[in-house]
Write a protein that binds this ligand. Structure first.
Ligand code: NOJ
Length: 555
């Protein structure tokens, strides 16, 4: 297997709005990030992915961009950005920008022009269609409730928006659009950024006839209908030639709706497209078909089957991204672990072990290294995320699919805002995030869960992450070794081996709060521990695994 620095890296994702506010306006900012570079360096990560910091009216917290070459006022200035970039590089940290080019904001000058008339030079930058029988051109739904089309009186046509109506989809079939995007990317590379995380890049190429799809619980087809469209690979290869080959970049495509076969093309090892993709199958493990609004718990056997399929399926062919969390997902310790006082720490460490020992590039989402948890939101007014707010109105008030109580339960479990509350720095007011009024509530558990407390405790989740990250840097087998699942039928234990030449690791994770017995494969009995979330003891034939116990041993 080809060795590459981006395979050996550990990425940390910052959601700038919620990381650190430096000027007391209640909103995190670039200077706040610059202030905290030492913290990131201490954790040991070497790549930083920033959720969007560009100029934006913030309908979707920056994922609706009105100027790709300017900084959002609330986050600071371009000078602040340059200072942050320099500070990152001085700390040995590379910087990955969020590239959101499936759509722009409706306040982007291209869209403002496009809307003016059917013969405006920018008309074809977006996807406009006439209605069908007085209704939308097809049955696609927006990711954020309702139809994916907005009627525009001015020209009596509809425009496509797979996300909010303030996020019109760009028309990638127009070569001018592609060139604009490539020029903008080169501009950022010239500035010195090190790569891109590409927002819903699997959706950029739509079939020209935009066919209807099967409908979900709200009566619309999924926003994912256009995934892996007819020209997506061609466009990414063009991007590779015109942009990415100009620098030594790291690239990861957010690929909703990606299949294993498609991922092999996006993240192919001949490096003609992207370095790796985010796939979401394991994030749907606790969904109800295509409906995420449920409180169904995952079955560990399903999780193992999915992750093993990706581990084995991409081996030697492409490269995996490893993640439990990001700004669109609830907190993993509340979702796949156990956030009760008793098991919070061990289960957060167990989840970290399980993920960080796999093959692929690991991503740590801000606060995951502290075991930040889901948030006890009490009313719909507590939410800021348009996905959560729109879903509540659509499914409770308009369609009466769920009662308010049911939906509040689902939101507490799955809302994206669980990941977006302020980062917990210390036990002072507002968790040390801001001296002002935070834009979204602080999780009340900040007095116990915060950086200050974790740095003072040698046994903390933070130091456990630090150790996992260090191990990956020291041991080639963790990066490049092959993966093999053990005990596929166990409902409690996730165990696998990694192999590189003569070397071998055993990774054991008890996902349950009960004691479970495991037979340790012969070759690992009396093996040496690399890491464990409990006091270690010699490995014997039969081990009674303690609740959420996890360890890694080396033969
Ligand atoms: C995926 C991003 O991760 C999410 O936060 C955003 O709302 C949509 N794409 C639209 O850009």
């Amino acid at each position: 297997m080809e060795k590459r620095w981006w395979k050996e890296s550990i990425v940390y994702q910052i959601y700038p709005r919620s990381f650190k506010d430096s000027n007391g306006d209640g909103i995190g900012d670039l200077n706040g990030i610059t202030e905290k570079m030492d913290y990131l360096q201490k954790l040991g990560i070497n790549v930083l992915w920033l959720s969007p910091v560009y100029k934006s009216p913030n309908d979707d917290n920056g994922y609706d961009i009105s100027n790709y070459q300017a900084i959002m006022d609330e986050f600071g200035t371009m000078e602040d950005f340059d200072r942050m970039l320099t500070a990152a590089h001085e700390h040995g940290i590379k910087l990955v920008m969020d590239l959101v080019v499936n759509h722009t904001s409706d306040e982007h000058p291209w869209f403002i022009e496009s809307q003016k008339s059917v013969d405006n030079p920018y008309r074809d930058y977006y996807i406009w269609r006439p209605g069908k029988d007085g209704k939308e051109p097809n049955n696609w739904g927006s990711c954020f409730s309702g139809p994916a089309w907005k009627y525009d009186e001015k020209t009596d046509m509809y425009y496509l928006h797979l996300f909010s109506k303030k996020q019109p989809d760009l028309n990638w079939d127009n070569p001018k659009v592609r060139q604009e995007v490539f020029d903008m990317m080169n501009w950022w590379l010239d500035k010195g950024v090190d790569g891109f995380r590409m927002d819903v890049i699997s959706l950029i190429s739509k079939k020209p006839d935009l066919p209807d799809g099967p409908v979900g619980i709200n009566g619309y087809a999924s926003f994912n209908e256009p995934a892996n469209g007819p020209h997506v690979h061609e466009y990414l290869q063009e991007m590779r030639e015109k942009v990415l080959n100009n620098a030594d970049t790291i690239t990861v495509g957010e690929c909703s709706g990606v299949t294993l076969e498609e991922a092999k093309k996006y993240a192919r090892s001949d490096e003609k497209e992207l370095n790796m993709v985010f796939q979401f199958e394991h994030m749907d493990v606790d969904a109800d078909g295509t409906n995420k609004w449920t409180d169904k718990k995952m079955d560990l056997r399903d999780l193992k089957e999915i992750l093993t399929k990706w581990q084995k399926g991409l081996e030697d062919i492409a490269w995996n991204s490893l993640f439990w969390e990001n700004h669109d997902q609830p907190r993993s310790v509340s979702r796949f672990g156990n956030d009760s006082r008793e098991y919070h720490d061990v289960s957060a460490k167990m989840l970290a072990t399980c993920l960080h020992m796999m093959q692929g590039t690991p991503y740590v989402y801000q606060g995951q290294e502290l075991g930040m948890t889901n948030v006890p939101f009490t009313s719909v007014e507590d939410f800021r995320d348009l996905d959560s707010i729109n879903a509540y109105h659509e499914l409770v008030e308009e369609q009466e699919v769920f009662t308010s109580e049911e939906m509040m339960g689902y939101l507490r479990y799955k809302s994206r805002d669980n990941a977006r509350t302020p980062f917990q720095w210390d036990d002072s007011e507002n968790a040390g995030f801001t001296t002002g009024t935070p834009w979204i509530m602080v999780n009340p558990n900040y007095k116990e869960i915060n950086v200050k407390a974790e740095l003072e405790n040698p046994d903390s989740i933070f130091y456990y992450y630090q150790k996992l990250i260090q191990l990956r840097k020291e041991k080639e087998i963790i990066v490049y070794g092959s993966y093999d699942l053990l005990l596929p039928d166990s409902k409690e234990i996730y165990a696998y081996t990694r192999t590189l030449g003569e070397e071998k690791l055993l990774v054991v994770c008890n996902f349950s709060e009960t004691e479970v017995e495991m037979e340790i494969p012969k070759e690992f009995r009396n093996a040496d521990y690399l890491i464990s979330n409990y006091e270690t003891r010699p490995l014997e034939k039969i081990m009674a695994l303690r609740p959420y116990e996890s360890f890694v041993v080396e033969k």
